[in-house]
Design a protein around this ligand. Structure first.
Ligand code: NAD
Length: 343
């Protein structure tokens, strides 16, 4: 049995990836601070939870590990701007350090799930050879991480970077701060679909089941094809402009709920716009995305209707981190003898 160390394993992507790896017969070491709780991963005899900060990893964590999937991050643009230093240290410094220790400890493969947001603004469709244009702390930290980990690749240590499109779809650690997920929620709950101005921006999307499938394929693929390689992860069909995407989701949800759904614009015009080519991943792994926005929106509406999904602060990454920090101070100030009222 091969062992995979997944960092950020309790997060949106991690809590879908970990059960998938277990079902494929891997042992998994799931490492996370568990900022979103430990309840997102179900117990399994082949699963070990490790509560640790990625900035403080020790060599013992890598004992008997064959592969690393390094999902850990402060995971969106607004959180990156507010928690700038933590974002640099976690998303860039810790990931390069994790890859270095992994290499030293004899791990065979390292996969970095990065982001297409590194393309920032582009006026034409780009592939992996394009000049990047990272516009935010989050995107710049991802780019530095990519450059840092690629330097470690050699014949005994395979390094692959996935530049993921914006992810959508259901996860036990749901994120409603992601475009399709948030649009679908607003359309379902209030019959008002939130759409970021001006709607002309291009943004590729990928379903969470599709991107986690690629992560699994990268553990099995011939390293001659993937070592030292960068792949955009998504599909031509899901290379959306946000305006038409919003209309498509409004129409899908409207049909499901039998009521009209209106678009509600918000924010200043988005400066990020990138349309991306996915030919390389499709050809190299003979893989194709199985999901599109309508199918993803239907899945989310189904989860909302059957009560498996609800909106709370934990589904909004930035708001949750702000809350944790606020309550950390309140609890520290009030706690005595290890408790509040009960001591
Ligand atoms: N979700 C997307 O649309 C998307 C798109 C492109 C790339 N990505 C990348 O995929 C990865 C996973 O994203 P996600 O959507 O699952 O985010 P997430 O916020 O749900 O998960 C990140 C996890 O990392 C943990 N974490 C954060 N800082 C930590 C630290 N210092 N030490 C230990 N654990 C820590 C959190 O507790 C959380 O469980 C990230 O690297 C993100 O940048 C995500």
């Amino acid at each position: 049995m091969k062992t995979v160390l997944v960092t950020g394993a309790g997060g949106y992507i991690g809590s879908v990836l970990v059960p998938k790896l277990l079902s494929k017969g891997y042992k998994v070491k799931a490492l996370d601070r568990f900022f979103f709780g430990k309840d997102k991963l179900k117990e399994n005899s082949n699963l070990t939870l490790i509560q640790e900060d990625s900035r403080r990893l020790h060599e013992e964590v890598f004992a008997n590990v064959d592969f690393v999937i390094d999902l850990v991050a402060v995971s969106n643009d607004p959180s990156g701007e507010l928690f700038e230093e933590a974002t640099w240290q976690t998303n860039h410094v810790s990931r390069v350090r994790t890859a270095s220790i992994a290499k030293k400890m004899g791990v065979k493969r390292y996969v970095l799930p990065s982001s297409c947001s590194i393309y920032g603004f582009q006026d034409h469709k780009v592939d992996e050879t394009a000049k990047t244009n990272p516009l935010t702390v989050y995107a710049r930290a991802n780019e530095k991480a990519e450059n840092g980990v690629f330097k470690l690749a050699d014949d005994d240590f395979s390094v692959t970077v996935m530049r993921q499109s914006t992810v959508f779809g259901y996860s036990p650690r749901m994120r409603l701060d992601l475009a399709i997920n948030g649009m679908t929620y607003g359309a379902w709950k209030n019959r008002k679909l939130p759409l970021m101005r001006d709607g002309k921006q291009y943004r590729p999307m990928v379903h969470i089941q599709d991107t986690t499938d690629v992560m699994c394929l990268l553990l099995e693929a011939d390293t001659a094809k993937i070592n030292g390689q960068l792949f955009n992860i998504g599909s031509a069909e899901n290379n959306y402009q946000l305006g038409p995407l919003g209309e498509k989701i409004a129409e899908t949800v409207s049909k499901l709920v039998g009521e009209k759904v209106e678009v509600e614009w918000y924010g200043d015009p988005d400066h990020r716009s990138y349309s991306v080519s996915f030919d390389k991943i499709e050809k190299t792994l003979n893989w194709k995305a199985q999901w599109n926005a309508e199918k993803g929106a239907k899945e989310i509406v189904e989860k909302l209707e059957n009560g498996e999904l609800e909106k709370n602060t934990q589904t909004l990454t930035l708001d949750w981190y702000k809350d944790l920090i606020k309550w950390h101070k309140i609890i520290k100030d009030a706690e005595m003898y290890g408790g509040i009222l009960e001591i």
